[in-house]
Design a protein around this ligand. Sequence first.
Ligand code: ADP
Length: 252
Amino acid sequence: MLQVKRGRNAGDNPGPVVVILLGPPGCGKGTQSRELSRSLGLIHISSGDLLRKVAREDSDLGHTVRTTMNAGELVSDNLVCQMVLARTAQADCQRGVILDGFPRTMDQARFLCPLLPPRQTIVLDLKMSPTVLVERILGRLTCPACGEIYNIHSRPPRRTGTCDRDSALLGRRGDDSEATVRQRLIDYERQIHPLADHFRELNILQEINADVPPAVLSAQLCALVRTAMGFNDKKVSVSSFAQPRETQRSGQ
Ligand code: ADP
């Protein structure tokens, strides 16, 4: 769908939308992407998930990707760009996509930007404090079968260590150790500034306080994306959601 560029007149059906979710590791991007995908019928494309699939392969490429990811480093721009582009070309992406974890470098953004639908692209920049992030990531458990994300502190599975959806044994990601997490947060901050600036200049960036309960965040993001998709809801902006910071936390 990224190759398709078309304008939209008032009254037309909403065209394809591209939602780019920015946010540090552990801020809830994965969970929120899944919620948006379920409620709006957009396809969730996680560069991390695509890469984890490659990393499981018993091949030279699989080995290289696995080693890179376990060290908390970024996989090559070329590989990630080609993987994401190939996924967006599949038929189920016609309504729109949520890009989670991509782009992550300026070279990836430079590759992506010319392909974006001009009026239906929205970049949601999720903000959260590093201390909360480290605690969250270290408590995170993922289902290897369906990808569902749990958290031992805030969103435990009904039966310890087992996925609610398919009973698979939950596991930690290979890159979720404390040292790797801290390094990933530092790297993320360094990498994301130029990207956020770039999207801000294009006037498509919305900064969002993600340190609120996941359901509140989902409702905010959903309303913003519906507006970007051209639905005739009451026009919303981030300031419509201005509210006191919550102490309750959950999510990934
Ligand atoms: P996190 O947000 O916790 O880093 P992800 O699942 O998005 O989790 O990414 C896991 C790993 O996959 C990253 O540490 C990196 O090695 C690789 N990766 C994911 N997305 C990209 C990307 N856009 N460019 C390069 N490497 C990526």
